[in-house]
Design a protein around this ligand. Structure first.
Ligand code: ZN
Length: 537
């Protein structure tokens, strides 16, 4: 039931750990060359500034290149296939060779699976280049490009032009000023997850730390696996809300559960005796080093002090604040990096890399017992209406409308939720789904998600659980935190919700805007369409 997502050894071009990407897919018009509508004339090809040099840097890094382009001018008879090939020959003359050209010749009315925002061209290009979409990054200038990348499970970087709409910029997982800027970002991200100085031998016991909720622990999984690959033994310190997720992750030998009052959203007062007990507990681990994983708004320094008092000789953490002698490896990460890569980059700074063949994706233990859940048989979707943070939950009445719309489209819908969400799931499921609220623990939920065609969920733990299982996600994403940091990682995704709503980047736990407009306006018909895009047939 629990399958490993690692797919062979892709690390040929990088000696120290698998690279993030094998290939870069590029939109044509407005990204590589000036957008001349329905151009069938090679004389009108004008490369965008810096394109040739930027592409050559990708080629030099060993990345394969493909063009993914909608050319509805073919369907409309504005130019012939021969004209188009002449244009492409001219582009290669000016910009150098591409390893593949993926072209959609259809029109919007054809209902094909290749015209962006559908993911077909991304699948085609990845296949032609001998890789998987999740190991590809797509650079394009409009929302359709980003949507196609996400729906295939690829990374997207938007390079806006004056015609790119503001809402497309707001929705994008990442934005660069132009193609050379996108290439900088691709190469920087790839470098960041591989140690500058790889270890020569294994470390003994390493204490890794990730407080907060299930989702936070799940997205740290690749970083923990990197540490585990270079250590004899890994102990994880996590909080009570992250414990169940920690039990699902590979690479952990011992779990220490302890709430940290400087991390929790509604913390207990600091109790000196509790801190003394925690320090003694940490000392008893006998760790020769510690790697403290945090989110960008959390401080690693209070725990670093306790770890010092517990006698841990080497401590690595991300800290913008000056750490003095609290840290041996002080790592810093620019904004806009996905959380799993942020964690991997800290592991890399400490000298740990994923082993060859371990994909930089979320993953669960392969040896988990599969609890029997009768409901999880056959063909179904899952709607998970709750969220650990209220501002990230779609309103119940809207979730009920989504369930009704999916049921009307012929889907069997299971509605899931924790023990405290039974009232919510009963209300939402009454619209046409099966209520499974409170019937599973996190491992049981994982089993249900593993068999689902698709999960409809807000930005909360189960989204990352689905990502770890390879189950596509319709993400009802409140923009209170950046989508690029917290999107389901490397799994086919459709983003819905108003990315430009007034709550954007507030990190609010309760929606600060009357009516919760970022999610209350999600059109159930768009959820139905998203499911069709992610799980056709
Ligand atoms: Zn097509």
């Amino acid at each position: 039931m629990f399958t490993s997502l690692s797919q062979g050894n892709h690390s040929a071009m990088n000696p120290s750990g698998p690279a993030l990407y094998d290939a870069v897919l590029l939109d044509r018009d407005g990204t590589l060359v000036e957008d001349v509508p329905y151009n069938g004339d090679p004389e009108k090809v004008r490369p965008l500034p810096g394109a040739r040099e930027a592409l050559d840097r990708l080629r030099a890094a060993g990345l394969r290149l493909a063009v993914v382009t909608n050319q509805s001018g073919l369907a409309r008879g504005y130019f012939t296939e021969r004209d188009m090939h002449a244009v492409h020959a001219r582009i290669e003359e000016l910009l150098g060779p591409f390893d593949h050209w993926a072209v959609c010749p259809h029109d919007d009315t054809d209902g094909c699976g290749c015209r962006k925002p559908a993911p077909g061209l991304v699948h085609e290009a990845a296949r032609a280049l001998g890789t998987a979409p999740r190991r590809c990054v797509l650079v394009g200038d409009i929302g359709r490009d980003m949507a196609a990348a996400l729906a295939a499970g690829a990374t997207g970087i938007l390079v806006p032009t004056p015609v790119t709409r503001p809402e497309e910029v707001a929705e994008a997982p990442a934005v660069a000023r132009d193609l050379p800027g996108a290439v900088d970002e691709i190469l920087r991200r790839d470098r960041a997850v591989r140690p500058v100085v790889p270890r020569t031998g294994r470390a003994g016991t390493v204490l890794v730390v990730r407080s907060d909720s299930a989702g936070d622990v799940l997205v740290t999984g690749p970083g923990i696996r990197a540490v585990a690959a270079g250590a004899e033994r890994v102990a994880l310190l996590c909080g009570p809300r992250g414990r169940a997720a920690a039990e699902l992750l590979p690479g952990i030998d011992e779990i220490i559960e302890w709430p940290l009052p400087w991390i929790d959203g509604s913390p207990e007062p600091v109790d000196p005796d509790d801190m003394r007990r925690l320090t003694a507990r940490l000392a008893a681990v006998g760790a020769e080093e510690a790697v403290v994983f945090t989110s960008f708004h959390q401080s690693a320094l209070p725990l670093a002090l306790l770890l010092r008092m517990a006698g841990v000789p080497r401590i690595s953490a991300i800290s913008d604040d000056y750490p003095g002698s609290l840290l041996d490896v002080r790592h810093r990460v620019p904004v806009g990096v996905p959380e799993p890569e942020r964690a991997l980059s800290l592991a890399a700074a400490a000298g740990f890399a994923l082993p060859a063949g371990d994909e930089p994706a979320l993953r669960l233990r392969a040896d988990l017992p599969a609890p029997a859940v009768d409901s999880a048989a056959g063909d179904y979707l899952v709607v998970h209406p709750g969220a650990s943070v209220p501002a990230r939950a779609c309103p119940p009445e809207r979730c009920a409308e989504i369930v009704a719309a999916l049921a009307a489209d012929g889907h069997r819908v299971l509605v899931t939720g924790g023990p405290g969400e039974r009232e919510l799931t009963a209300r939402v499921a009454a619209a046409g789904g099966t209520d499974l609220g409170g019937t599973t623990d996190l491992a049981g939920l994982a089993q249900i998600l593993a068999g689902a065609r698709c999960l409809v969920v807000g930005n909360t733990g189960p989204a990352h659980l689905a990502a770890a299982l390879g189950t596509p996600v319709v993400s009802l994403f409140a923009p209170t935190v950046p989508f690029g940091h917290w999107a389901p990682y490397r799994v086919p995704t459709v983003r819905l919700g108003d990315a430009g709503a007034a709550c954007r980047d507030t990190r609010a736990a309760r929606c600060p805007v009357a009516g919760h407009p970022c999610l209350s306006g999600v059109d159930p018909a768009r959820v139905v369409a998203a499911v069709r895009r992610l799980a056709p047939g």
